[in-house]
Design a protein around this ligand. Structure first.
Ligand code: SAM
Length: 162
């Protein structure tokens, strides 16, 4: 498989998983948290898929296309290790969905941040809320769910908060 094939498969899997989120959080109240704005592609997809939900985006260095930048009330700028623990001060309530896409090219940093996130996220999420993550997260309050359809396991991770 070429690198182009691999990239396309990764993007298709990400989109398919985000497409599954409206059904996964049906009946769970609360906003959506997007961790990592990047180019704004997944933020744009989430707001299209969840037009009725508020989406709060956490990003340390916003540089997305202007059409994909949230307004100032919904863009929380800074390192998530500073901003996320205080997130409930800005949110209308605990989150119904978290999309974690802040994985970097450095596996050691990814493991460190994933361990930190696994500890913090359950505290700011509703009961039965869902996490879509590019990194595995281990916590007693997070139940791993099977990926829908034929999505490749070990590329994305899906959790429900107990
Ligand atoms: N989902 C985005 C998209 O579809 O365009 C791509 C996100 S990109 C892979 C990861 C983003 O996470 C980058 O914009 C980076 O600046 C941000 N990021 C990485 N570590 C961060 C941290 N500790 N705190 C806040 N933002 C972080």
């Amino acid at each position: 498989m070429s690198r182009l094939d691999s990239f396309i498969r990764r993007m298709q899997a990400q989109r398919d998983l985000l497409d599954a989120t409206p059904a996964l959080i049906e009946g769970v109240e609360g906003p959506i948290l997007e961790l990592g704005l990047g180019n704004g592609r997944t933020y744009d997809h989430l707001r299209w898929r969840h037009p009725e939900r508020e989406i709060f985006v956490f990003e340390r260095q916003p540089a997305a296309h202007p059409s994909c930048v949230p307004d100032a009330d919904h863009l929380i700028v800074g390192d998530i290790r500073d901003t996320l623990p205080r997130a409930l001060e800005r949110l209308p309530g605990p989150a119904a969905l978290v999309h974690n896409d802040i994985g970097t090219g450095d596996p050691a940093i990814n493991v460190e941040i994933a361990a930190w996130l696994a500890d913090v996220l359950p505290r700011i999420m509703q009961h039965r809320a869902v996490i879509v993550s590019d990194q595995p997260l281990e916590h007693a309050l997070l139940e791993r769910l099977p990926l829908p359809g034929t999505l490749p396991a070990e590329r994305y991770f899906l959790y429900r908060r107990l």
